[in-house]
Design a binder for this molecule. Structure first.
Ligand code: TPP
Ligand code: MG
Length: 587
C-alpha cells in the first residue's frame, strides 16, 4: 500500500497509521482498546495486520521476537492504564535484548489527566528505565513527527522506544507530511583504535574471538567467519547467542556462560588476545562455570560494540572500538590482509589444541546423560520419566537445520544451552538478561510471524508454561503455528535447586501439581502429545514441527525426572545465618 507523500490535511489517527506504513510496519501485536480504536480502524486499509493476543505481556514479547528475527521494528499497542502496565515485563526483557520494539501506549485523555477518571496512571515514568527513547505526543499536530522519531530512535539506540499518546490526541485535524525514516549508517569505529586492534591481532599467538549478539544484529556473521579463518582464531559464542557463529565450522567452540561449552571456556582461557565482537560481556555471561574461572585476565582484550555505554563496562579493555560489529570486523580484516601474523607460526598446535578441547567436551557431554549429585540420583532412581539431558540430546538430533528456538528461564532450559547448535544467525532467542519466566513462548509466536517459513520451537519449563500457555489461543485464533516443548518436571526446578543446595531441602512453593498440558492444548484447539520415554522424543517432535506446515500448533509435553543441573545463582546465594532463637533450626 503506497504511503501518503507531501503535506496534506489528515487526522492524527491517519498521521499515526501513515507513519507506521512509511516505517515498514506490517504487523502490530496487542489487545483491542477504545483508547486507540480510531487508529486501529485504519489498519486493514493501511496493510497492517493487527494480531490480537491473550495478554499484553504476550503482545510485547511477540513484538520482541518479531524484531529479533527480522531486524525490523516490533510494535505493540494496548489500552491506556492496565493494558499498558501489562507491557512492563516484556519491554524490560526487550530492553536487555537490545530489541527495537516500539511500545505504543495510549494514555488517559489530556483534558482529564490527574483526575483519576478511569484507567489512568502516569505512563511515561513507568517505562523510563526500560526504554531507550520516550516520545510523548503533547499535541495532536505533532503525531507524525513524534511517531517517526520513536521508530527512528529505536533503531539508532538499539532498544525499545515508547510512544505515549493521550487518547484524545487521535482526534482532530492537522496538516503535515509523513516523515521519511532516518536510518543512520554505523561505521567501523575510530581508525586509531582499529589500527591498534589489528596490530594486537597480528601479534597474537593465541587469538580467540567472542561473537556476541551484536554480530547477529549487524548481520555480521559472514564477516566474522572470514576474519576467524584469516586469523585461524577459534570462536566462542557469547552467552545465549549460540547462533552468532555456525556450529558446523571447524573454528567454532560453542557458547560461553551458564551450562555452556567447556571447550569454549578452556579455549578462551588459553587466549593471549581476545576479540569480543558485538558483546557487552555481561557479568552473568562471563561468570565462572563448572567451578572454573575461564576468563583470561592477562590477555589483551579488544572490545567492539556499537553501544558506547557497554564498552569497558564489565571487563577492563585494552583496546576499545566503538563500532558496528560487522563494519569493524571488515575493517580489521582489511588491515590484516597481507600482514605476517605471529599466530601463523603455531597455527597447527593451536588448532590441534582447539580440536582436542572440542573432542573432550563432546565426549564428556555424550557420557553426561543424567545429573550425578546425591539429590538428583535419589529423585531419578524411582522415576520412569526421562532424564532431561537424554531428552535434550534427542531434541537436538531431531531439530531441523533452519529452526528458530526460544528458551525460557529454568533449569532444563538452561541445560539446553549445551545442546542447541545453529548454522545460521537469528535462530536462538534466549530470555536474555532480564531473565523472566514466561518469555519463550510468546516470543516465538512473534518470531513465527516474522519468519513464517521457518520452524518455530519454544523450550519452556512447566512453571514458566503456567505463565504463558494462554497464548496458545493466539496461535489458534490467528493461525500462527508454533511447537512448544514443555518440560514437565512438576516443579519450579531452578529455584528448587537452591533449596537443595542452600536450604537443606526445605521445599517451599517449588512443587507443582500439574494438569495435563497436552490435554489443555487440545481443549484450546491446538494439538498435544505426551512423551514419557526418550525413544519417543524424536518422532513426537518431528510430528509437531511438521504440523506447523498445516498451521497446527502443538504442545509436546515432556515428562521429566526431577533431577536438577547446576544452579543459576551460586554466585549470589549464601548459606543461611540465623540469629533469632525461633529461627535457629533454619540453617
Ligand atoms: C517472572 C519470573 N518469576 C520468577 C522467576 C524466578 N525463577 C527463575 S527460574 C524459576 C523456575 C522455573 O521453573 P520451570 O519453568 O518449571 O523450569 P525448571 O527449572 O523446572 O526446568 C523461577 C521461578 C523468574 N525468573 N521470572
Ligand atoms: Mg519445572
Amino acid at each position: 500500500m503506497a504511503a501518503t507523500t507531501g503535506k496534506q490535511r489528515m487526522t492524527p489517527s491517519e498521521a499515526f497509521v501513515e507513519t507506521l506504513v512509511v516505517q515498514g510496519v506490517r504487523h502490530v501485536f496487542g489487545i483491542v482498546g477504545s483508547a486507540y480504536m480510531d487508529a486501529l480502524d485504519l489498519f486493514p486499509a493501511a496493510g497492517i495486520r493487527f494480531i490480537s493476543t491473550v495478554h499484553e505481556q504476550g503482545a510485547a514479547h511477540m513484538a520482541d521476537g518479531y524484531a529479533r528475527v527480522t531486524g525490523m521494528h516490533g510494535v505493540c499497542i494496548g489500552q491506556n492504564g492496565p493494558g499498558i502496565t501489562n507491557f512492563v515485563t516484556a519491554i524490560a526483557a526487550a530492553y536487555w535484548a537490545h530489541s527495537p520494539v516500539v511500545a505504543v501506549t495510549p494514555e488517559t485523555g489530556s483534558l482529564t489527566i490527574g483526575l483519576g477518571g478511569f484507567q489512568e496512571t502516569d505512563q511515561v515514568p513507568i517505562f523510563s528505565k526500560i526504554t531507550r527513547h520516550q516520545a510523548h505526543v503533547n499535541h495532536p499536530s505533532r503525531m507524525a513527527e513524534l511517531t517517526a522519531r520513536a521508530f527512528d530512535r529505536a533503531v539508532l539506540e538499539m532498544g525499545p522506544a515508547q510512544l505515549n499518546i493521550p487518547r484524545d490526541h487521535f482526534y482532530g485535524e492537522l496538516e503535515c507530511a509523513i516523515p521519511q525514516p532516518i536510518r543512520i549508517e554505523r561505521g567501523p569505529g575510530g581508525s586509531a583504535s582499529l589500527d591498534a586492534a589489528a596490530e594486537a591481532l597480528a601479534q597474537a599467538t593465541f587469538p580467540v574471538i567472542i561473537a556476541g549478539g551484536g554480530v547477529v544484529m549487524a548481520n555480521g556473521s559472514d564477516a566474522v567467519l572470514a576474519l576467524a579463518e584469516a586469523l585461524d582464531a577459534p570462536v566462542c559464542n557469547s552467552y545465549l547467542h549460540n547462533d552468532s557463529f555456525p556450529a558446523s565450522h571447524r573454528l567454532w567452540c560453542g557458547p560461553l556462560g551458564y551450562h555452556g561449552s567447556k571447550a569454549a571456556m578452556h579455549v578462551l582461557a588459553k587466549a593471549d588476545v581476545v576479540l569480543a565482537l558485538g558483546s557487552r560481556l555481561g557479568p552473568f555471561g562471563v561468570l565462572p562455570q563448572y567451578g572454573f574461572d575461564y576468563w583470561p585476565a592477562q590477555a589483551t582484550l579488544i572490545q567492539v560494540d556499537a553501544d558506547p555505554h557497554v564498552l569497558g563496562l564489565v571487563k577492563r579493555t585494552s583496546i576499545t572500538v566503538h563500532g558496528d560489529a560487522r563494519e569493524a570486523t571488515l575493517a580489521l580484516a582489511a588491515r590484516l590482509t597481507g600482514r605476517t601474523l605471529a599466530g601463523a607460526a603455531n597455527r597447527a598446535q593451536r588448532l590441534a589444541a582447539v580440536q582436542a578441547e572440542k573432542d573432550a567436551w563432546a565426549t564428556e557431554l555424550a557420557s553426561w546423560d543424567h545429573e550425578r549429585d546425591a539429590w538428583s540420583l535419589a529423585v531419578a532412581k524411582g522415576s520412569t520419566y526421562m532424564h532431561p539431558r537424554q531428552m535434550l540430546r534427542e531434541l537436538e538430533k531431531a531439530m531441523p537445520a533452519e529452526a528458530m528456538v526460544s528458551t525460557d528461564i529454568g533449569n532444563i532450559c538452561q541445560i539446553a544451552n549445551s545442546y542447541l547448535k545453529f548454522t545460521r544467525p537469528r535462530s536462538m532467542f534466549g530470555a536474555m538478561m532480564f531473565g523472566n519466566c514466561g518469555y519463550a513462548f510468546p516470543t516465538m509466536i512473534g518470531c513465527k510471524v516474522g519468519a513464517p517459513d521457518r520452524t518455530a520451537v519454544a523450550y519452556v519449563g512447566d512453571g514458566a508454561w503456567g505463565m504463558s500457555f494462554g497464548e496458545i489461543l493466539t496461535c489458534v485464533r490467528e493461525r500462527i503455528p508454533v511447537t512448544a516443548v514443555v518440560f514437565n518436571n512438576q516443579q519450579w526446578g531452578a529455584e528448587k535447586k537452591n533449596h537443595v543446595d542452600f536450604y537443606s531441602n526445605r521445599f517451599l512453593g517449588v512443587n507443582l501439581e500439574n494438569p495435563s498440558f497436552a490435554g489443555i492444548a487440545k481443549a484450546m484447539g491446538a494439538e498435544g502429545i505426551v512423551v514419557d520415554h526418550v525413544s519417543a522424543v524424536g518422532d513426537a517432535f518431528r510430528q509437531a514441527t511438521r504440523a506447523q506446515q498445516d498451521g497446527t500448533t502443538t504442545v509436546v509435553e515432556m515428562m521429566c525426572t526431577q533431577e536438577l543441573g547446576d544452579p543459576f545463582r551460586r554466585d549470589a546465594l549464601k548459606k543461611p545465618t540465623r540469629l533469632l532463637e525461633k529461627y535457629k533450626a533454619f540453617v
